[in-house]
Design a protein around this ligand. Structure first.
Ligand SMILES: C[S@@+](CC[C@H](N)C(=O)[O-])C[C@H]1O[C@@H](n2cnc3c(N)ncnc32)[C@H](O)[C@@H]1O
Length: 323
């Protein structure tokens, strides 16, 4: 008998995400995934190993040790961090001759463990997270933004999500809002160097500028930006309700979706508490729905990086949209 080291990964067998997996995640009928998403599934390396036994324990131990440390919490004091981070992407973008790959945020860590299907998995490709996010974006834009005339991303960072929207909907006006000036500088380059129909604008989601009006028939989305507001998302939600876009998508960690009777979810919820990330959004949306102010169209739990599921989605629309 060959002895294996107790900490060696124990593989069931290597798995890979397939079209059916995405259909299950998105709640789509088998065989109906958008053609463009199918192409992405075919093109990307989506292989991974599910960690079991000692390997899984090792990851959980690492997560628990992190939870035991002092972690930086979200809040206005971090504005400079975002400014510096996006300034780094800005110089990479210039240095590489405006390579769109330079827009991937540095917090997306290649080679890191991923949360998927209730398990910790080790992807084969270092770009697994970015690949899956690309497929999610492809699905959500096609599913929910086909009919809108303008697209707005609040807390857009480098604008890499808007770049995908630009390729899917060539020429459609795109608006990237962020409180960081470096973000707007990158968006200017996207317009000048890549000819994308995108404009950047300064916007603080904590103190929304009520004079900034959305165009009628608009689609609004956020990715990991509400996360940074902790429990202070009410002003922004009220702004959106007053602006009455056609549809809103939040790709965010959704505290209420974690089943805290399961260790895997419990540690994710604790991570959100510890970092003062988004909590309560789903409950607030449900309350607004009961009050007849909006309709929740879907909630989708997808996957996450090591500590939490940052890419869950909630999709809603105001009861009356702006004409
Ligand atoms: C985790 S990053 C996500 C960036 C981008 N959406 C993405 O998917 O890469 C969070 C973003 O939210 C922005 N942000 C945080 N708090 C904000 C606020 N109060 N108002 C506007 N933007 C904010 C940050 O500057 C940063 O660009």
């Amino acid at each position: 008998m060959i002895a294996t080291h107790p900490l060696q990964p124990i593989h069931k067998h290597q798995e890979h995400l397939q079209q059916e997996d995405f259909e299950t995640i998105f709640g789509e009928v088998p065989g109906t995934l958008f053609q463009k998403c199918q192409e992405l599934v075919g093109r990307h390396d989506l292989r991974y190993d599910t960690l079991q036994g000692a390997s899984r324990d090792q990851v959980l131990l690492r997560v628990l040790k992190t939870l035991g440390q002092d972690l930086e919490v979200a809040g206005t004091h971090r504005k400079q961090r975002w400014e510096d981070g996006w300034a780094e992407n800005f110089s990479d973008f210039q240095r590489t001759g405006y390579d769109l790959g330079a827009l991937v945020p540095k917090f997306v860590r290649p080679q890191e463990i991923i949360r998927l299907k209730g398990e910790y998995v080790r992807p084969v490709s270092p770009h697994f997270e970015t690949s899956v996010v690309q497929i999610l974006r492809c699905w959500m834009f096609q599913k929910w933004f086909q009919a809108v005339d303008h697209i707005y991303e609040f807390g857009c960072g480098t604008g890499h999500n808007l770049v995908d929207a630009a390729f899917l909907f060539p020429g459609r006006p795109l608006h990237g809002l962020d409180w960081s000036h470096s973000s707007q500088a990158i968006l200017r380059l996207l317009r000048e160097e890549h000819g994308l129909n995108v404009v950047g604008r300064e916007f603080n989601m904590l103190e929304p500028d009520e004079s900034f009006n959305l165009y009628p028939r608009s689609g609004v989305f956020t990715v990991g930006a509400m996360e940074q507001l902790g429990c202070q998302y009410h002003a922004f939600m009220n702004y959106l309700l007053r602006q009455r876009p056609s549809i809103c998508i939040h790709v965010e960690t959704l505290y209420e979706l974690y089943d805290q009777s399961i260790l895997f979810d419990y540690v994710a919820a604790k991570y959100l508490e510890k970092r003062k990330y988004l909590q309560g959004l789903l409950e607030t949306l449900k309350t607004f729905e009961q009050e007849g102010r909006l309709e929740i169209l879907a909630t989708v739990r997808t996957f996450g990086s090591l500590y939490h599921d940052g890419y869950s989605m909630v999709i809603w629309k105001p009861v009356e949209e702006k004409n």
